[in-house]
Design a protein around this ligand. Sequence first.
Ligand SMILES: [Fe+2]
Length: 216
Amino acid sequence: MPMKADLWFPTVIWNDQLKDVNNAELKEYVEKLAEEDKEGKVASNYGGWQSKSFEILDQKPVSIERFIHALQRSINECTKMAGMPDLIISDYWWNINYHKDYNQPHNHRDSILSGVYYIDVPEDSDSKIHFDREDEAQYYLPRFMPQRNQITAVRATYSPVNNGILIFPSWVIHYVDGNKSQKPRMSMSFNTSIAATEANNELAKMNGYPPLTQNE
Ligand SMILES: [Fe+2]
């Protein structure tokens, strides 16, 4: 019998395609936001435009409401798969990276799972997102390996596509290559917190905690 391999503490990066999302609608909305708030906010982005952070309870058009519901359904799949408590999108923001703009290595504080949805990725942008290995194995693993796999990889890289969604633990360091296209690259990012659902309140009660209230 071959040796059995148990994978403990893996870095999970969920990915999917949300085919039903209307990107044209989102694009129009984000372009308008960027027009109204030209300065935006500077966070991990070098260059480009990042919107202010929106709270989940902030007023928003029905189209955005619908889109956020679709994201929430993906999060629900992840938490169910991982056996985690229900999480809810707590805040979100919109990103436009113009030619050569990129995102420096960062993680997302005050969040449990985070994610990104790709609204418009120009084909020639060649702007990948990289997730770094969380432990220090990269300093110990031999530099020359027959092939890297999920056990020996030191980095996970994804090439974004339109309608693609990635959901990952908020503590995993990630960064985005510069946009090589002359056309802008547009995405939306979000964070999560514990949801005030009945199931979570039951969990809280069982552990001697007071009931949860949303957006605490
Ligand atoms: Fe990020």
